[in-house]
Design a protein around this ligand. Structure first.
Ligand code: ADP
Length: 265
């Protein structure tokens, strides 16, 4: 398609000098489609909880007074709150993505990733509700040069996913270590549902989910891996995904030696 879409502008400069300006229209068209898809996706993602929410509100409004028990009222309220929180989570992730896209790359400063991992693990245990076994393998003095808030969101996204997509009694192994080649590696391995190989390349697309229902039910926005991929790129890191359907997954972030430092004390 590249040839078809090459737009060539010739501007004559003097006798035999030409300035040739080529523009890859395919690329421009593709970007435009992506942008349109994205707007459509965002609208769809937000419309679903909004529809549910206004449905509940209408029902409540139209019910005769005192027709609901205290318990029923509370159930309605928590269902409505859930929808509002869904929208909040989507909007928060969208803002994170747009900040990542629009802010210039900064070198950052040495970040003790072990601390971020421990914070994520503490929150992860709450989300897991004691349903999983956690194994930790964390190098304490290892630092990555980068932006702490960005690294924190990548660290917690991978862990949260492992918890979401691993059934009860599964094991989640969280590692943070330096490799023989001097790369720093954060990895999260789970014994969960796994991912079919044809789905793996698409996971970092915005709103791409293998199983919409499951992602929604567990509070996923469909943006976590898109954010993680961005953070990785901004830190010259590689996001790698290994998985087998029904067996589990291994997600890793590998930072180049140039990004690695040791803590002072
Ligand atoms: P979500 O909010 O839906 O979890 P993500 O961008 O974080 O969105 O992940 C995209 C999709 O990748 C998920 O919906 C899920 O289908 C799949 N996925 C991510 N992590 C895992 C994992 N550890 N095990 C199995 N599937 C996963």
């Amino acid at each position: 398609g590249l040839h078809r879409a090459l737009l060539v502008q010739l501007t004559r400069y003097g006798l035999d000098q030409y300035l040739i300006v080529t523009r890859d229209v395919t690329q421009v068209e593709k970007l435009e489609t992506t942008r349109k898809d994205f707007v459509a996706n965002v609208s769809h993602e937000l419309r679903t909880p909004l529809t549910v929410l206004s449905g509940f509100l209408e029902t409540l409004r139209d019910l005769p007074e005192d027709s609901l028990s205290e318990e029923q009222k509370q159930r309605y309220q928590s269902l409505m709150l859930e929808q509002a929180q869904r929208m909040q989570a989507i909007v928060a992730d969208l803002l994170t993505l747009s900040t990542l896209e629009s802010s210039p790359n900064t070198e950052g400063e040495p970040v003790r990733v072990a601390q971020l991992v421990r914070t994520a693990l503490a929150q992860g245990r709450i989300l897991s509700n004691d349903q999983h076994v956690f194994v930790e393998n964390i190098a304490d003095d290892l630092c990555v040069i980068g932006v702490e808030t960005e690294l924190a969101s990548a660290v917690s996204n991978l862990l949260t996913n492992a918890i979401r997509y691993t059934p009860k009694d599964g094991t989640i192994t969280v590692s943070w270590y330096i490799t023989e080649s001097g790369h720093a590696c954060y990895s999260v391995q789970d014994t969960g549902i796994g991912i079919a190989s044809q789905d793996i390349p698409r996971l970092t697309e915005r709103f791409y989910r293998v199983d919409r229902g499951r992602s929604r039910a567990t509070g996923g926005t469909g943006l976590g891996l898109a954010i993680t991929k961005h953070v990785a790129m901004r830190h010259n890191a590689e996001l790698t995904i290994h998985s087998r359907l029904g067996a589990g997954s291994l997600f890793s972030l590998v930072f180049p030696p140039s990004r690695v430092a040791r803590a002072d004390g």
